[in-house]
Design a protein around this ligand. Structure first.
Ligand code: C5J
Length: 222
C-alpha cells in the first residue's frame, strides 16, 4: 500500500492512489452553459464556470496518477418515466423535458445533457447516468467503486450544495472517505457554496474533508 496525504481541512487525509477515485459530478452543459436547466431556473451560470479550470487540473493529475475517473450526469429518460412528479413540476412550472436551446432540458441524449467538452471523458472512463441528485441513488456507482476496491473519493463538480454534497453524504454513509477541492465545485449561490463546504468538514470532518485543486495535484504528484 502506498501511503500519501492530501493537505485538507480539518486535517490531512491519508490515501493510497490504488484505492482512490475521482468522481466528477454533473459537469453538463445543462448546468454550466447558458440555455440549460440551471439558467432556466433563473441562475447565473458564470458563477459555476469558475470550477472548470481547477477541475481540468485535477482531472489531468488524476489521469496521470492512474486513478479511476468516473463522470456522472443528472438526467431522465425521454419518456420521463423515471422523473417523479415532485421533481418535474415546481410551482406550476415544468422545466425538465421542456424544449430549450440545447434540446429537451435534462433529458438523456440531448445536447444540454452532455458533459462539457473541457472535461469530456476519455476512453475507459465510466459515465454514470443518475435520475436524482445523489450519484448512488438508482445507479451502479457503488458496485463499480466496490469492485475496484476504492476507499477514497475526490469529489468535484456542480452544484456544491445539491448534487455534490448529496453524493458526498451518500458516499460517507457507504464507508468512503471523501475530499472536496473547494475551487473544483460550484454553486449559483456564493453563500450556499461557503456553508456547504463548512458543513462537510465541521465537527472533525463529519462527512468529509475540504481542500483545493493545488493540494490535490500536489498530493497525487508527491
Ligand atoms: C441540481 C446538480 N442543482 N447537479 N443538480 O439540480 O447539482
Amino acid at each position: 500500500m502506498v501511503k500519501k496525504e492530501f493537505r485538507a481541512e480539518p486535517f490531512s487525509l491519508a490515501f493510497d492512489p490504488a484505492t482512490t477515485a475521482l468522481v466528477m459530478i454533473d459537469m453538463q452543459r445543462d448546468f454550466v452553459e447558458p440555455g440549460g436547466f440551471g439558467e432556466a431556473l433563473g441562475n447565473d451560470v458564470s458563477l459555476v464556470r469558475t470550477a472548470i479550470e481547477p477541475c481540468k487540473k485535477v482531472l489531468a493529475a488524476a489521469r496521470k496518477a492512474g486513478l479511476l475517473v468516473i463522470h456522472t450526469r443528472e438526467g431522465h429518460r425521454a419518456d420521463l418515466a423515471d422523473c417523479p412528479p415532485a421533481k418535474l413540476t415546481r410551482g406550476g412550472k415544468t422545466f425538465i423535458g421542456s424544449d430549450g436551446p440545447m434540446g429537451r432540458i435534462l433529458v438523456r441524449g440531448e445536447k444540454g445533457h452532455d458533459l462539457i467538452p473541457e472535461l469530456y471523458p476519455v476512453a475507459g472512463e465510466p459515465v454514470v447516468d443518475k435520475p436524482g441528485k445523489g450519484a448512488f441513488y438508482q445507479t451502479d456507482l457503488h458496485l463499480m467503486l466496490h469492485t475496484a476496491g476504492i476507499k477514497t473519493l475526490i469529489v468535484c463538480g456542480v452544484t456544491t450544495e445539491v448534487c455534490v454534497t448529496t453524493t458526498v453524504r451518500e458516499a460517507n454513509d457507504r464507508g468512503y472517505e471523501c475530499i472536496v477541492p473547494a475551487d473544483c465545485v460550484g454553486s449559483y449561490f456564493p453563500e450556499f457554496q461557503r456553508f456547504a463546504l463548512e458543513m462537510i468538514k465541521a465537527q472533525g470532518a463529519i462527512f468529509g474533508w475540504v481542500s483545493d485543486s493545488a493540494a490535490i495535484v500536489d498530493g497525487l504528484k508527491s
